[in-house]
Every structure is written in structure tokens, then in C-alpha cells.
Write a protein that binds this ligand. Structure first.
Ligand code: ATP
Length: 318
């Protein structure tokens, strides 16, 4: 039997981008972190990570590939890459030398508010666990994921989930919908820390406890697009719009084109548009391609909820 997901001696794992259907942000804590109460939702926009054994003593080596519009130039290939950190962390935890080649095929835009770096870290953990045959228990994988960053745990889980704490405390949500999204990727990314700084300046009296996304959770459970459209909320949106005022016009154009609702994804600048069905999503994407394409944006259609980090038979050339 063919070992699905392995090409030669490599193992490939695919992980989804996330959007926040609800992002409640509390007042910054003394340690610099913001308490979050969020509803994560994984969409069908993926990075693929292939790991294979490297030369003894080489340490992790990272290669990043993909289309120009995702912003590959901004991805570090040294120890700062989250996949590099994931390889070192799992190696240390399992007592193994992380002498591996990590090839990241990126489709998730860099600094897009879609947690692409976190997706790569989650994929690396799962792929190396397979490559090394370490069979790390899920509870330990989630612990390592939380150590790597607040969005890494959700990239492992996928689907739709409530995230609290810094986003790493997850509770899977019932989601009876099959949701259609138009995703508009800006030509240039936005720094997550810069957006949080602007949030702190704009909302000096933000409540300590972030707002929960009960309405979003209900809409997901009922599979009701109109209710979900009404319930979508992102507390970071005003800060992202302040730094990128042109996104306001984009959201209006997407809604005028027929989307039920447009929203900045996480810290932005990616905007996502919830559509009633596939046909509407394709029509909205076509209209937005015509208006945003000349501005350097990239437009695509995605569905959700998507699976978390999972092995695949590699179907893209490296
Ligand atoms: P988040 O919302 O999770 O903070 P984001 O989706 O806005 O993140 P990422 O694409 O995860 O942004 O990247 C943020 C920064 O992390 C990049 O500018 C880059 O310098 C660094 N980085 C480290 N590893 C990676 C990686 N594997 N892929 C992309 N960026 C990475």
C-alpha cells in the first residue's frame, strides 16, 4: 500500500488559514498580551509543509516556495521562521537532533491576518512526528503548539472553535454550515503588533474581559448565513482600518457586489466576505477581481470549515 502523504522519504502536511468570525479583544495586560475571546474558523486556503531527513548535524533547514503575491520575501528562513522553531522544539522535547529539511509551499499570504506562520508551525509538528515515528500524544502536541504561538493550536485543530486566553485555549464548536467566502489579499501585509498598538491607542478604556461570540456560535450551530453575517465582529477592525483606510471602501464594494457581509480578518489587511452560496461567491469574486486586481490585490473563493493539519499526498511541484 502506498503511504499517503509521503513522497520519497518526505512527509507532507497541509494546514489551513484561519479567520476570526468573532474577535473580542480585552485591555492589554501588564505582560503585554491582550486577553481574547474569539471564534476561529479554518478556510480552504492552505500551506503545505514537506519534511525530510537532512545531513547529520545540519540542524533544521527551511525553504519557502509559492506564488509572488503571498509575500515570500518577508519570510525568514533562519531560526526566526516558526517552522524552524517548531522543529527545534519537537526535537528538544523528544531528544532528537532536528536535522531536517522543511519545505514550505505557501499559499497563505504573509502578515495577512490569516495566521500563515502558525499554520506552518503546526504542519511542521505533525509532519516531523510522522517522519520520526515519535507518536507524540495529542495533548503534548497541543502543549508544544501553545508554546510556539497563540494561533498554532487552532491550526492543529481546524474546523470552528472558540479560543480564549491568548487564543490557545480551544473548545471545538458545532458548525452545521457550509460557508462560502471571498478572500481579498492586499498587495502589502500589516504587522500584527502594530495593529494591537493602534488598538491600545484607540481604546484606552477597553474592558479587561473581552466580549464572547455567543451570536456567532449560535449562527454556526444553526448553519444560518444571514444570522452569521449579522453576528460577525472584529474588535481589531477599527485599528486595521485606521492604518489602512482604503479597506473601508473595499468592504463596501464587496457588500455592494452581493456579499452578505465583509470583515477584516484578524489583524488584517486581508478582508473576507461571507456569501450566501457558491454562485454568489464566484460573482462577488469576479467583481472584486475587476476593482481590486488593478490595485495589486489577489482575490479568491474559499470554503469553511476546513480540516486542521493533516497529511496529504503531495500534489504540487516543489
Ligand atoms: P498572526 O495574525 O498570526 O500574527 P499573520 O497571519 O498576520 O499572523 P504571518 O504570515 O503568520 O502573519 O507572519 C507574521 C510574521 O511572522 C511575518 O512577517 C514573518 O516575519 C514571520 N514569520 C515567521 N515564520 C513565518 C512563516 N513560516 N511564514 C510566514 N511568516 C513567518
Amino acid at each position: 500500500m502506498t503511504d499517503a502523504g509521503a513522497t520519497g522519504a518526505g512527509v507532507t502536511v497541509r494546514t489551513p488559514a484561519k479567520v476570526n468570525l468573532h474577535l473580542g479583544v480585552g485591555h492589554v495586560r501588564p505582560d503585554g498580551f491582550h486577553p481574547l475571546d474569539t471564534v476561529f474558523h479554518a478556510i480552504s486556503l492552505y500551506d503545505d509543509v514537506t519534511v525530510s531527513s537532512g545531513d547529520p548535524g545540519s540542524g533544521p533547514r527551511v525553504r519557502v516556495l509559492g506564488e509572488a503575491h503571498v509575500g515570500l520575501d518577508e519570510v525568514p528562513v533562519d531560526g526566526d521562521n516558526l517552522a524552524h522553531r517548531a522543529a527545534r522544539l519537537l526535537g528538544r522535547s523528544e531528544g532528537l537532533a532536528p536535522d531536517v529539511l522543511v519545505e514550505i509551499h505557501k499559499s497563505i499570504p504573509v502578515a495577512g491576518g490569516l495566521a500563515g506562520g502558525s499554520a506552518d508551525a503546526a504542519a511542521t509538528l505533525v509532519a516531523l512526528d510522522r517522519l520520526w515515528g515519535t507518536e507524540v500524544a495529542d495533548v503534548d502536541l497541543y502543549r508544544l503548539a501553545a508554546e510556539l504561538g497563540s494561533d498554532v493550536s487552532f491550526a492543529l485543530l481546524g474546523g470552528s472553535a472558540r479560543g480564549t486566553g491568548r487564543g490557545e485555549v480551544l473548545q471545538r464548536l458545532t458548525d452545521h454550515g457550509s460557508w462560502w467566502w471571498v478572500v481579498v489579499i492586499a498587495a502589502e501585509g500589516l504587522s500584527t503588533p502594530a495593529v494591537y498598538r493602534r488598538f491600545d491607542e484607540l481604546f484606552t478604556t477597553a474592558p479587561a474581559k473581552p466580549s464572547p461570540g455567543a451570536d456567532v456560535e449560535r449562527a454556526l450551530a444553526n448553519g444560518d448565513p444571514a444570522a452569521l453575517a449579522r453576528a460577525l465582529r472584529n474588535d481589531l477592525e477599527p485599528a486595521a482600518l485606521d492604518l489602512r483606510p482604503e479597506l473601508d471602501g473595499l468592504i463596501h464594494r464587496g457588500e455592494a457586489a452581493g456579499a452578505l457581509r465583509g470583515l477584516v480578518s484578524g489583524s488584517g489587511p486581508t478582508c473576507v466576505f461571507l456569501c450566501a452560496d457558491a454562485a454568489t461567491a464566484r460573482a462577488v469574486a469576479g467583481e472584486l477581481q475587476a476593482t481590486e486586481g488593478p490595485r495589486g490585490a489577489h482575490v479568491l473563493v474559499a470554503t469553511g470549515p476546513a480540516a486542521g493539519a493533516h497529511r496529504v499526498t503531495y500534489d504540487r511541484p516543489v
